[in-house]
Write a protein that binds this ligand. Structure first.
Ligand SMILES: Nc1nc2c(ncn2[C@@H]2O[C@H](COP(=O)(O)OP(=O)(O)OP(=O)(O)O)[C@@H](O)[C@H]2O)c(=O)[nH]1
Ligand SMILES: [Mg+2]
Length: 431
């Protein structure tokens, strides 16, 4: 089975908490702070594995969690970092944030890797908060939460050449005779339900990957039939073999067919229509008259598109077609550069300190991801810790924002489930 799309949930590790501890030595009645730092939480990293061909594993396991960092310990011992979780994916995997559909990573070549969910930073132990006037800090920083997000993995097959055309024209038959692939072939429409891949070896020792996709029909670009889901598999090919049934047995007009399929390609993406095309005029062994074939050849001459009359049933013309395809592919490859036109977006990193303030009557409510960490870092019994807390709020612009919204001394501020009265006091002993 060919699985080419999966949605999974990622949870990177939380950073370990910083420790509040003091040296306890005999004959040293009140030792200085000695709380170690928390370790960094494990990140989730995607890496290309050349040997993989499907996203099957991700169909069965949906939840991925990297381990948390260890908390800091006494005697200035730091907690261990959480181990990174490496997820292996096949070449050609595109990763999008599920919520927004934004592109996070495009993993094309073996060795490509990307940190998609970053582990949280560890909290600093109380040792870091010792100053000239604060000899015994009774607080430490809590570890930061790791990134948590759902992503959609999509596999774009990296085929060099794609077979496109209406259903039942012989695409899978062509794949089966030029490669060792064994696609299902039958005399009805939509025999192929999932893309098939095969490797073509040319007489000159070159090889390239050929993709056979389900038949396209009118409206495919907007999801009619099966084509839409699979058009993206030929998105990255360098050349298309457009297969047309010229036998006339289905009573269709090959010129019409040619334009209809091209309309679908164009409507799906302008990139697809710009790819070089070669036409395989198939089923000439049962040609009812040569009229259609001649008309098609004349029409396409005007567009400078080569037409190869072939029979996938008797192998007629197959050699000529694939020799031409191989030569053309070489020419294209010489000037080919993999272009990534969509901008890769950095997941949330830039708004780590984002917060919002709302007002409900006399209470100001502050919400933001970093505030949770700050709250858990605060020892509400320690004046020093409270001052540190307030300094952080000031540093991140929370206090300014509150004042801008009209907050005065004595007003109530609510952060998560903690409510306190705001008092503006001088913080001369903190930098
Ligand atoms: N006579 C004749 N029949 C052919 C030729 N090529 C393919 N066929 C027959 O046409 C039918 C359809 O072939 P497929 O290869 O399954 O066609 P397809 O384009 O992959 O069809 P879908 O997967 O449904 O889009 C089968 O019965 C084939 O045996 C040919 O050159 N001559
Ligand atoms: Mg088929």
């Amino acid at each position: 089975m060919f699985v080419d799309k999966a949605e999974i949930h990622l949870k990177a590790g939380k950073g370990g908490n910083g420790m509040v501890a003091f040296r306890r030595e005999i004959y040293v009645p009140s030792g200085g702070p000695a709380g170690g730092d928390g370790g960094r939480g494990g990140s989730i990293i995607f890496e290309v594995d050349e040997g993989m061909r499907t996203l099957m594993d991700f169909r069965y396991k949906k939840q991925y969690t990297a381990p948390n960092g260890e908390d800091g310990k006494s005697k200035n011992m730091n907690g261990k970092d959480g181990e990174d979780l490496i997820l292996r994916v096949p070449p050609g995997t595109v990763i999008r944030e599920a919520k927004t559909g934004k592109l996070i990573a495009d993993l094309v070549k073996p060795g490509d890797r990307k940190v998609v969910a970053q582990g949280g930073r560890g909290g600093k132990g109380n040792t870091h908060f010792k100053t000239a006037t604060r000899q015994a800090p009774r607080f430490a920083l809590a570890g930061e939460h790791g990134d948590e997000l759902s992503v959609i993995l999509e596999l774009k097959m990296i085929a060099d050449v794609g077979l496109v055309g209406f259903p039942n024209v012989g695409k899978s038959t062509i794949l089966s005779i030029v490669t060792s692939a064994n696609p299902k072939i039958a005399n009805y429409h939509f025999t192929t339900l999932k893309p098939n891949l095969g490797v073509v070896k040319t007489k000159y020792g070159d090889s390239f990957v050929l993709a056979d996709i389900p038949g396209l029909i009118e409206g495919a670009h907007e999801g009619v039939g099966l084509g839409h889901e699979f058009l993206r598999h030929v998105d990255r090919t360098k050349l298309l073999i457009h297969v047309i049934d010229v036998s006339g047995i289905e009573g269709r007009n090959p010129i019409d067919d040619f334009y209809k399929i091209n309309d679908e390609l164009k409507l799906y993406s302008t990139k697809l229509i710009e790819k070089p095309q070669v036409v395989a005029a198939n089923k000439v062994d049962i040609l009812q008259s040569t009229e259609h074939l001649k008309a098609l050849e004349e029409e396409l001459k005007k567009l400078d598109i080569r037409v190869f009359p072939i029979s996938a049933a008797t192998n007629k013309g197959i050699d000529e077609l694939f020799t031409y395809v191989a030569t053309m592919l070489k020419e294209i490859e010489e000037n080919y550069e993999e272009e990534i036109e969509e901008e890769i977006y950095e997941y949330e990193r830039e708004d780590r300190y984002h917060f919002i303030v709302t007002r409900e009557e006399d209470v100001f409510i502050v919400e933001g991801k970093f505030l949770n960490r700050l709250l858990y870092s605060t020892n509400f019994d320690s004046m020093e810790s409270l001052t540190f807390f307030q300094r952080e709020l000031r540093k991140r612009g929370v206090i300014d924002k509150l004042k801008e919204m009209g907050m005065k001394n004595g007003d109530l501020v609510k952060i998560e489930d903690i409510e306190f009265e705001y008092q503006d006091y001088e913080m001369e002993y903190y930098d």
